[in-house]
Design a protein around this ligand. Structure first.
Ligand code: ADP
Ligand code: ZN
Length: 740
């Protein structure tokens, strides 16, 4: 091939042709990082494809200046995936390709870490000298003996282990017995952890059936997607581990994706203890250097399994056999900046491209996934029992309208049943989780005299009162004010706080259960991974009796001594303008409930609510999932909503409301001329459900379609590279997860 098509890191959505100089033939391939002349400067870019043709006059095409790496950084199959992302998610090719590489690798600023090591120049010579040294210079003799044992050793290790200074080493160097050199070392994020190896467990019958099915899928020549639909605590992870083993035995590599929130030491340890050094772990807590090293380990085929959050999906394996997406229903798989890809869906596409099996695991599958099962696109295997047949927790719904305020004024959020059940647990030395999906103390601050409500100046939302800091904080733009003691409008002192947050739950719990050890876990109290680990550790060792928290504590945690889970107010997510409100509530309740009774003593769950008959709550109570799914699918169909269709949202925002609304309306009109036919339903440009955030007015256009790729491609032409007024920001969200 004569020419290479190159994308540079400028977001132009354009590929440029360059000549491949003879010495680069065979080395410059798709995925190679190259330096190319660009105007008067040089740019770094990636080769997307090779070709013999170019629309550009051949004699004016410039040659590639330099190959940056000896091997292509991105496997060719991944380059295809990047292009697919650009087409499907309506972004430029550069953006689609950028997502394939961690910034630290792309930027090329981080290098492998090197340290000084020493080694013997000539073993024979050293052996001869040893007796003399032992006689006169015992320290030097120690060094020589250590090097006999170890071979090349890091200088720092040597000095530490032998408690010697530099001078002994320097003398030996002068005598020509040893030399120093720099060697590459791995930054190991786990170096401080001790990992105890574990072996495959004997599977129960359901697990064995599931594993067989997944093994068959791995052995198939074509990609098979399997939903592993297993109740909380059914032992899905053990099935993953043994499926991974099957993959490794065949010399294939594998990716395990877990939501960031589940990347707790608990999860990571299970993979590391089974597969040791063959596992690389990628998560947001890594330093740039560590991230670089982990990525390089995969690139250089030193590991076969990558475990990580969203970005692990792009691990540059070349012989992929299996991709596992744990908790596939989790919202964090959707990236909320461009490219706005959904890692689960892209995993399915990568699996197809590379003939790798894909396993989607969940106790509460996304309705999109269940829908694909019903359509016959995905296989399904079920784990319906907890792994050693512990019963599912007993779930009770408590109608707060009938049962509250029994403990005294102000305590109305603790029903009588909840209070007495918590006491029972505490008496028996068992632990309790209290869950509320909202942080802060109160969500509205209102003046009883004039009716004033403290609303954020920049957003169409009320401030949340955080009593610990005595602050009003806007949860949308993070604007912070000192909380007023009297009404800012009329000066009256009768200010009332209403709407419940975790801070208030903690406050009340401390009053109602004064003898209990209580801790709260939400993004206000957990500022680092260390805090998080520390609280979990205290909870595990029984130093905390009651753990209060937001969805941070709802998922993935395994604490056998938790026998009671109280949901303070299940209604929070129910009445929001989002067609997935019911689905999400059921998922969240099921996950929280799954934290109870994972040990020997059966668990109990109390769901407090003002909407006791809501079908999502009733389903959670009865541990049934599918009836609600079918009910929902039927009603969504009527409104042409996913999963029967796909949705695309186009967002506009800016400080000048008129300009935003006009731009959005013009765009909608232009679009309506190209998106025509029964496959597309397009709405008008309308204000977003949250009309204003951080001083910016927000508008959106929604499209629903049965032909999503077609719609994306049409839209892409209208969007990518389009110049609109600088004062307006806009972006496209294909398969949006948030409609706000
Ligand atoms: P899930 O991921 O489905 O919620 P886990 O994989 O966390 O469930 O399993 C719950 C508990 O059951 C874990 O402590 C795990 O070690 C244990 N477990 C799972 N399968 C087995 C098995 N076959 N034999 C013994 N213990 C098991
Ligand atoms: Zn705000």
């Amino acid at each position: 091939m004569k020419f290479a098509r190159v994308v540079t890191d400028l977001a132009l959505d354009k590929v440029f042709d360059y000549k491949i100089p003879p010495e680069m033939h065979g080395l410059a391939v798709p995925g190679s990082r190259v330096q190319v002349p660009f105007g008067h400067t040089k740019k770094t870019g990636f080769i997307v494809s090779l070709t013999n043709e170019s629309d550009f006059p051949h004699n004016r095409i410039k040659p590639i200046s330099k190959l940056v790496d000896t091997q292509p950084l991105i496997p060719q199959t991944l380059m295809k995936l990047g292009e697919w992302i650009a087409r499907y998610y309506c972004c430029s090719i550069e953006q689609g390709i950028q997502v394939l590489l961690p910034g630290v690798v792309r930027g090329g600023n981080v290098k492998k870490k090197k340290q000084l090591a020493v080694k013997l120049v000539d073993r024979k010579k050293a052996e001869k000298e040893l007796p003399t040294l032992e006689d006169k210079f015992p320290k030097q003799a120690l060094v020589i003996k250590k090097l006999f044992q170890r071979g090349e050793t890091l200088l720092s290790t040597l000095k530490y282990e032998l408690s010697i200074s530099d001078s002994a080493i320097k003398t030996l160097e002068k005598k020509g017995l040893l030399i120093k050199e720099k060697i590459e070392i791995q930054r190991d994020p786990f170096s401080s952890d001790r990992i105890i190896p574990s072996n495959d467990l004997d599977l129960n019958d359901e697990q064995a059936v599931a594993l067989d099915s997944i093994k068959n899928a791995i052995d198939e020549a074509e990609s098979v997607v399997t939903l592993l639909n297993g109740v909380t605590g059914s032992g899905k992870t053990e099935v993953y581990l043994q499926a991974l083993r099957h993959c490794l035995i065949q010399d294939k590599s594998a990716i395990v994706m877990v939501p960031e929130i589940a990347l707790t030491p608990q999860t990571v340890e299970r993979f590391r203890s089974r597969f040791g050094d063959r596992v690389s772990v990628l998560h947001s807590g890594l330093t740039d250097g560590e991230r670089f090293d982990e990525w390089m380990k995969i690139h250089e085929k030193k590991v076969s399994i990558a475990v990580g959050a969203r970005s692990a999906l792009f691990a540059p394996f070349q012989n992929l056999g299996l991709i596992i997406v744990d908790e596939e229903h989790e919202a964090t798989y959707k990236q909320n900046e461009t490219p706005r890809y959904h890692a689960r869906d892209v995993a399915v596409v990568r699996g197809k491209m590379e003939n790798a099996a894909v396993v989607l695991g969940s106790a509460t599958p996304a309705f999109e996934t269940l829908y694909n099962v019903k359509k016959g696109r995905y296989k399904e295997v079920k784990l319906q029992k907890r792994f050693d047949s512990q019963p599912m927790p007993d779930v009770k719904i408590i109608d707060l309208k009938h049962e509250s305020g029994e403990v005294g004024a102000g305590y109305s959020m603790f029903s009588k049943t909840l209070v007495s059940d918590v006491y029972k647990c505490l008496d028996q030395g068992e632990q309790v989780i209290l869950f509320l999906n909202r942080r802060g103390f109160a969500t509205t601050m209102q003046c009883l005299e004039c009716g004033y409500v403290a609303e954020c100046e920049h957003c169409s939302k009320t401030y949340t009162f955080h009593r610990n800091y005595n602050q009003l904080i806007c949860h949308y733009c993070n604007d912070i004010h000192i909380a007023p003691t009297k009404c800012p409008k009329c000066g009256d002192k009768e200010i009332r706080f209403s709407g419940l947050g975790t801070e208030k739950v903690e406050d009340l719990a401390k009053k109602i259960f004064p003898a209990a050890q209580i801790a709260r876990m939400d993004s206000d109290t957990m500022s680092s991974e260390k805090d998080y680990r520390a609280v979990l550790q205290k909870f595990r060792t029984g130093k905390i009796d009651i753990l209060i928290g937001t969805q941070m504590i709802a998922k993935g945690l395994h604490f056998p001594n938790v026998t009671l889970v109280g949901v303070m107010l299940a209604d929070l997510g129910l009445h929001v303008p989002d067609f997935r409100a019911g689905e999400r509530t059921l998922q969240l309740l099921t996950q929280v409930a799954g934290r109870a009774g994972r040990g020997e003593i059966p668990g109990r769950v109390l769901i407090q609510t003002l909407s006791p008959f809501h079908p999502a709550l009733q389903s959670a109570k009865n541990h049934v999932y599918e009836p609600f799914f079918h009910e929902e699918i039927d009603s969504r169909k009527i409104f042409f909503l996913p999963p029967d269709t796909h949705m695309i949202l186009i967002h506009f925002s800016g400080e000048d409301e008129n300009l935003v609304s006009k731009t959005a309306a013009n765009f909608a009109e232009a679009l309506s001329k190209v998106l025509i036919g029964d496959d597309f339903q397009m709405g008008d440009a309308v204000p977003s459900p949250i009309e204003k955030v951080a001083k910016k007015f927000r508008y959106q256009i929604s499209i629903r379609t049965t032909k999503v790729m077609k719609a994306s491609l049409i839209l892409r032409q209208a969007v990518v590279g389009r110049k609109i007024d600088k004062r307006i920001k806009f972006y496209v969200d294909v398969d949006p997860y948030s409609l706000m």
